[in-house]
Design a protein around this ligand. Sequence first.
Ligand SMILES: [Zn+2]
Length: 409
Amino acid sequence: MELSKDRVIPITGKVQHYAWGGFYYLPKLLNMPVKKGETYAEFWLGTHDRGSAEFKNGSEKPVSLKEYIDAFPEQTLGEQAAKKFGRLPFLLKVLDVKDMLSIQVHPSKENAQIAFDAENNQGIDLAAPERNFKDNNHKPELMLALSEFWLLHGFKNPKALQNILREVPELHFLVPIFGGDNYKKLYRHVMELPQQQVDRHLKTLIDRNLIHYNAGKLNKSKEDFWAARAAITYSHEGHVDRGIFSIYLFNLVHLQPGQAVYQDAGLLHAYLEGQNVEIMSNSDNVLRGGLTSKHVDLKELMKHVKFEPTVPNIITGKTVESERMVYPTPAPDFELSRLNIGKGKSATLISHSIEIFLLFSGTVEISGGEGAVFKRNKGEAWVTFDAAHTEVMALEDAIIYQASIPGMK
Ligand SMILES: [Zn+2]
């Protein structure tokens, strides 16, 4: 592998065709042909093993960004990030959620390390379906809505939770189990309930919801709407998915475009519908808690959930320079910014460590210090390496998402 003289390079990302994805949003954003019946769930820009970004380096065959960073860590990441992370610490994504995703939680860094080692010691194959920990890293996530976006995000506060258990007849039996504040007992109870009892408790609720759903009488701000949709999306040979309980226990959050939320270790969440930009640590560690056909390991799940109420913190972005808005989080691995550059204007950017840019709309011309000049259209991306000086000139009004490592000098 050869070191390029350019420190600013156009890259291509990787589309993931998970079954829950939509049909048109990503192909339109990325200007790619739509294949009939194909779903387009996620677009990845990063160096993940299941889909690294690539670029041309003078040769015909594309170079993997992951292999390039592995070969030249200091020249790409810079000394500081090479020492701290040794690799690109984040993954930038665009998601198009058509069908609701599984309820999930991510481990803390410390717990991920312990659990990953334990599964290795037990000799569980990395690709085995019962394998929980694919790596030893945490996976905090920031998601920024590109459309109206619906999600489940942490447990409701005690009062709201108490109220909904009282309001919904089929959930009355949970009132004494919750006892006003026992989140762990309540969650364990619904997750351990024998399947026959899950079916028995939820059957009338689902039947009623489905009648109203099909008549168009439920709206998205009601848990009943999502419970009906979940029953349609996830029924297991006539059995009810116990994840439907969680729809009532968690905060149902409705984000407007431009609003973001942060999901740290231990917070139960599920994406229900919409499009977003997501940035996360470079990890695959997901523990599922229903609304899924995949493996649910309750014992392991219970170890990683924070049993406490969550007040959803809606992050609206902070203007730091006239053209740049940042969405701050406590995560040490990533920072997401949004750049708005008006037609005919330009911005000068200096990279401290590696950065990835996605042009969300408009057309720009990029000039790097070493003479690289190239044009990028909507849906196209580029990477800048440590100490790169870049001039971004907007040929049309441009919106750019920028992924960086915070606190780099
Ligand atoms: Zn997640």
